[in-house]
Ligand binder design. Structure first.
Ligand SMILES: *[C@@H]1O[C@H](CO)[C@@H](O)[C@H](O)[C@H]1NC(C)=O
Ligand SMILES: *[C@@H]1O[C@H](CO)[C@@H](O)[C@H](O)[C@H]1NC(C)=O
Ligand SMILES: *[C@@H]1O[C@H](CO)[C@@H](O)[C@H](O)[C@H]1NC(C)=O
Length: 220
């Protein structure tokens, strides 16, 4: 069994040589459960609440997206507010573990790789710079590496600047810069519309409803 930890990881492997050996899924350490709080970055933002998984009833693999719930606390004992963070312990950025978000691993059957919970990966569309994090879109084999900083804020850190590409020269790739481009945007995915956790790849959001947010790991 192969795990392609991330498209991003190719860059990471090139940078560090880590993860290159072995065909098996690496042993995963899991942290959790925790809730994911979203708080508007702008001082006039009214966003302050929690993320809740919503099943989009996709076929064949059921996917979950993350909708905004403006309540002041996550609902206790509701697995749609419970998240885990899986990591190998062998990849860090600035001392922070790199891994990926997983939906509640205590519910549901294992996927075809025997993994519990659904891993997050960003879904891109051809005509917008606003991506949508979905859980289960890749059956857990392709993930977007993320981590938490000292303030428990989630980041993505894969860096490649295509605006300075030179013909025949490999791009400079690094995992040393922490990005916090999370946003809540009205999005439609598999026919389900809602205020959805999103990621703005670069520049200002093409979708005018986007409000940038901090994504914060909090106790349940
Ligand atoms: C916050 O203020 C900015 C600048 O005045 C404005 O463009 C934006 O629409 C405001 N956002 C909200 C959510 O009120
Ligand atoms: C997350 O890690 C836990 C503990 O190793 C494991 O049981 C689970 O299958 C993992 N899930 C995914 C999607 O990686
Ligand atoms: C990549 O980094 C090297 C060393 O920092 C620099 O000399 C080079 O110009 C960079 N190339 C690109 C395409 O940014």
């Amino acid at each position: 069994m192969k795990i392609q930890i991330a498209v991003q990881c190719w860059g990471f492997i090139a940078v560090t040589g880590a993860l290159a050996q072995g065909d098996d899924i690496p042993d995963l350490i899991t942290d959790g459960p925790f809730a994911l709080r979203v708080k508007g970055v702008a001082s006039n933002s009214s966003i302050d609440g929690y993320l809740q998984t919503t099943d989009v009833l996709s076929y064949p693999e059921p996917q979950l997206i993350l909708h905004y719930d403006p309540s002041t606390a996550p609902v206790a004992d509701d697995s749609s507010y419970r998240f885990y963070f899986n990591y190998t312990g062998r990849m860090q950025t600035e001392g922070h573990e790199l891994g990926f978000f997983v939906s509640d691993i205590t519910v549901g059957a294992p996927n075809n790789l025997g993994l519990l919970g659904k891993a997050m990966s960003l879904q891109y569309r051809p005509n917008t710079n606003v991506a949508l994090p979905a859980l289960g879109a890749s059956t857990g084999t392709v993930v977007d590496l993320t981590g938490f900083d000292q303030d428990n804020r989630a980041f993505l850190d894969y860096y490649i600047d295509d605006s300075i590409t030179i013909p025949n020269k490999p791009a400079n790739v690094s995992v040393d810069i922490l990005y916090y481009n999370w946003a809540l945007c009205w999005q439609t995915y598999y026919g389900i519309t809602g205020q959805t956790l999103s990621w703005i790849t670069a520049g200002s959001a093409h979708n005018p409803t986007c409000e940038q947010v901090h994504l914060i790991k909090t106790e349940l």
